[in-house]
Design a protein around this ligand. Structure first.
Ligand code: TXA
Ligand code: MG
Length: 346
C-alpha cells in the first residue's frame, strides 16, 4: 500500500481523509496530544486494521474521537453530570472520559468492555474529518505498539509507511503526551492516565479524584487494570533507559563514572553545560514542564536513530504536566530509577 501524506491546510484534505475513513481505511490524524491512527470506530473490520498496523494486543481498547460533546449521547449511556461539566471546561482538548458504552460500538473497539473511552480533540482539521465522515473515529496513538507516540507526521510515516492509506500532516503536536484519561463509571472519578489536563485541574472541578495505582507504579504482568494499555511496556526506545533521580550535580557525577561509548544522556536544557562531555539531548526546560512534555517522545525516538544502547535520563518532579512526563518516562525506563548519589563519593 502506498501511504499518501497531505498537509492539513491544503483544500480538500479533510474531505479526502473522511472518504478514506468511510471506506474502511486508516488515516494518521493530527491532534494536540499525539498523532492518532484513525479508522471508523463503528466498523469492526476497519478497527481490526488498526490493531494489525500497530501490532497492538487486541485486549487493549481504543479511544473514540468525536467532533462535539453532544455526540456523546450516540455512543454512551447513563452519562453523569460530571462528564458534561468536564466536557464544557476541557473539550475540545486533551481529556478522555471513560463512560458506559452503547451497543452501537463494536466490541472490537472496546476490547469487549462495557465502557468506552471518548474524547473531542482540539485539532480543527481532525474535528472536520470526524464531522465529514459522520462517524466517531477510533484512534490509538499512531506508533508501532510499544514505541514512543508520534508527535510529528514524519514519526507516523516512519512507523506506518506502507501500512496505512493516508497521513494528514498538521505539524508538531502542541501538548506532546497523550490525553489525560478519567474513568467516570465508578463512585469516584478515577485518573487512569495523566496528561495535558492536570490532576489538580480535575480535582478542582470534580471535588475528588482517585489516582489509579497503575499510574505511577509498576504493575504485575497478570494484574487486572482499569486501562488495559497500562500493563504494557510503553514509550520505549530500543536502548535501555535509566532515570537518575536527585540533584543535577550528583547526576553528572554518576554519569561521569558510568558512561560508556554508545551511551546517551537525556536532560533538561538547564543541565546541558553539566553534561557537555556526553553529547547530551535536552528535551525541554525543567522550569517549564510543558516543554518537556512536548519534547519527550521526539527525543526518545532520536535515540533509536543514533543507536544509543543505554540512556541516562533526568525526570521532572512534582504535579501539573510534570506528573504526565514522569509517568511516560518511568514507563519508558521500565521503572528503572537510580537515586544519586547511590554509591560512596570518591
Ligand atoms: O491523546 C490521546 O489519547 C491519543 C490521541 C490519538 O487521541 N490516543 C491514545 O490512544 O493515546 P492509545 O490507544 O494509545 O491509548 C488509549 C489508552 C489505553 O491505555 C487504553 O487501554 C485506554 O486508553 N482505554 C481505552 N478504552 C478504555 C476503557 N474503556 N476503559 C479504560 N481504559 C481504556
Ligand atoms: Mg498509545
Amino acid at each position: 500500500m502506498k501511504t499518501e501524506v497531505l498537509p492539513a491546510s491544503a483544500p480538500g484534505t479533510a474531505a479526502r481523509a473522511a472518504e478514506v475513513i468511510r471506506s474502511g481505511g486508516l488515516v494518521g490524524i493530527p491532534t494536540e496530544t499525539v498523532y492518532g491512527l484513525g479508522a471508523n470506530g463503528l466498523d469492526a473490520e476497519a478497527v481490526l486494521k488498526i490493531f494489525e498496523a500497530k501490532g497492538r494486543p487486541q485486549d487493549n481498547p481504543l479511544i473514540l474521537h468525536i467532533s462535539a460533546a453532544d455526540e456523546l449521547n450516540q455512543i454512551c449511556h447513563d452519562i453523569p453530570d460530571a462528564a458534561w461539566v468536564l466536557a464544557e471546561r476541557f473539550w475540545p482538548g486533551p481529556l478522555t472520559m471513560v463512560l458506559p458504552c452503547r451497543a452501537i460500538v463494536p466490541r472490537r473497539t472496546t476490547a469487549g468492555l462495557d465502557t468506552v473511552a471518548v474524547r473531542c480533540p482540539a485539532s480543527d482539521v481532525t474535528r472536520e474529518i470526524i464531522r465529514a465522515a459522520g462517524v466517531p473515529i477510533a484512534a490509538p496513538s499512531a506508533n508501532t505498539s510499544g514505541k514512543p507516540s508520534p508527535t510529528t507526521a514524519a514519526h507516523v510515516l516512519h512507523d506506518m509507511d506502507g501500512k496505512i492509506d493516508l497521513i494528514v500532516d498538521g505539524g508538531a503536536c502542541r501538548v506532546g503526551v497523550e490525553s489525560t484519561i478519567v474513568d467516570l463509571t465508578g463512585d469516584t472519578p478515577r485518573l487512569l492516565r495523566p496528561g495535558g489536563v492536570t490532576p489538580e485541574e480535575l480535582e478542582a472541578l470534580l471535588g475528588s479524584l482517585v489516582v489509579d495505582p497503575a499510574v505511577l507504579g509498576e504493575i504485575a504482568p497478570n494484574a487486572v487494570v482499569r486501562a488495559p494499555g497500562m500493563k504494557y511496556k510503553h514509550y520505549a526506545p530500543a536502548g535501555e533507559v535509566t532515570i537518575l533521580s536527585g540533584p543535577s550535580e550528583a547526576a553528572a557525577v554518576f554519569v561521569r563514572r558510568h558512561f560508556s561509548p554508545g551511551d546517551a544522556v537525556l536532560c533538561f536544557s538547564e543541565e546541558l553545560p553539566l553534561f557537555a562531555d556526553f553529547n547530551p539531548t535536552a528535551y525541554g526546560s525543567e522550569s517549564a514542564p510543558e516543554t518537556l512534555a512536548r519534547g519527550l517522545f521526539s527525543a526518545l525516538r532520536g535515540f533509536d536513530d543514533t543507536g544509543a544502547r543505554h540512556i541516562f535520563a533526568r525526570c521532572p518532579e512534582g504535579g501539573g504536566v510534570a506528573y504526565a512526563v514522569q509517568n511516560r518516562l518511568k514507563k519508558a525506563a521500565g521503572f528503572h530509577i537510580i537515586t544519586v548519589p547511590e554509591e560512596d563519593t570518591p
